[in-house]
Write a protein that binds this ligand. Structure first.
Ligand code: 6V0
Length: 332
């Protein structure tokens, strides 16, 4: 006697492609923080994990599966073979090397390009209609590399970019004003790294444009205070890595937030790494960097025309040059 008695004359089961599938490549600190946030937020029906270390991979898969009694029902699979990712709606790449002490970013880039050669082509082949989110660093150049290696249209390849930097920025402004970070609209754009640009002129809190409000009310503020806040955003990752060895929770929430916007077609604006050529006067090559982008089920739908002062736009172009310089030294 079976545990359940089937209903008579019912429709055949729905095809499995009606389920939402997310693949995460790289089950290190970052990949697992992303996977676990996606799980707890019920964003996927299936999560496929890939890594080059089979034992670590199986351990992480089992550890997540053992939480089944406390979570929404999600199929969790894992393999060193990219077949496991077949038919994904979204593929998130966090695999690769981290910077060794004293190692230049260019040398890290070259090591990670070598990894991407083994990761991106099979990933793209197994899920030709998916959207790719690149998280591995240096994220801007690696998003360009992933775009080239995947052959995907440009709307379906993006990098987590300054989505995380902007969240850190909003937290610091909110903390300074003692308000909720969700009421602070503020973007960091450009490179995810040292040359990022804080768009002070477009910051608003509860719909009030902050700088023009202060100026109109003739309330004095120190430019240095603004500079200090931006510098603490730039220093944030170094500080966390110095203290705990890596960053994980904030990048986990930040990427899960992108997954939600894309898969549920939320059409929200996120500062993420996109092909920036032709926007805000960025030129000189196919450079990828963060701009406020409208995201939906097609990936990148549009780039938002945020107001920038001349100074901000000059800084953005400088950031683009920094990335292009790195890119030009690449052998693809
Ligand atoms: P980690 O904990 O060393 O994990 C990396 C994982 O990748 C390991 O499990 C490796 O086995 C795996 N891996 C390496 N090579 C391959 C390969 N060829 N194929 C499959 N798997 C492979 O690193 P962590 O998780 O801390 O960081 C991962 C990446 O994310 C690094 O490049 C970080 O610099 C980057 N980050 C990017 C952030 C962003 O905002 N864009 C934020 C934080 C970290």
């Amino acid at each position: 006697s079976a545990l359940f008695k089937p209903i008579r004359n019912s429709d055949p089961p729905l095809p499995s492609h009606r389920c939402t599938k997310i693949s995460v490549v790289g089950v290190g600190n970052v990949g697992m923080a992303i996977a676990q946030t996606i799980l707890t937020q019920d964003l996927a029906d299936e999560i496929a994990l890939v890594d080059s270390k089979p034992d670590k991979l199986r351990g992480e898969m089992l550890d997540l599966q053992h939480a089944a009694a406390f979570l929404p029902r999600t199929k969790i699979t894992a393999s060193v073979d990219y077949d496991v990712t077949a038919g994904s709606d979204l593929c998130i790449v966090t695999a690769g090397a981290r910077q060794n002490p004293g190692e230049s970013r260019l040398s890290l880039l070259q090591r990670n390009v070598a990894h991407f050669r083994h990761i991106i082509p099979p990933l793209a082949k197994a899920s030709p209609d998916s959207i790719l989110i690149i998280v591995s660093n240096p994220v801007d150049v690696l998003t360009y590399v992933a775009w080239k290696l995947s052959g995907f249209p440009v709307n379906r390849v993006l990098g987590s970019g300054t989505n995380l930097d902007s969240s850190r920025f909003r937290f610091l402004i909110a903390d300074h004003l003692d308000v909720n970070a969700q009421d602070v609209q503020a973007f960091i754009v450009g490179e995810h790294g040292d040359s990022s640009v804080a768009l002070w002129s477009s910051i608003s809190v509860g719909g009030i444009p902050v700088l023009s409000f202060l100026e109109k009310q003739q309330i004095a503020y120190e430019k240095q205070t603004l500079e200090d806040i931006h510098q603490s955003v730039v220093g944030s990752a170094y500080e966390v890595i110095g203290l705990k060895g890596y960053t994980s929770w904030a990048i986990g929430y930040s990427v899960a937030n992108l997954a939600r916007t894309i898969l549920r077609d939320q059409r929200k604006i996120h500062p993420v790494t996109v092909l920036a050529r032709g926007f805000y006067g960025v030129d000189g090559g196919d450079v990828f960097l963060s701009l406020p982008a409208l995201l939906g089920r097609n990936g990148v739908v549009a780039v938002t025309n945020v107001h920038m002062t001349d100074e901000e736009s000059e800084k953005l172009q400088k950031s683009a040059k920094t990335i292009l310089e790195m890119q030009s030294q690449l052998e693809l």
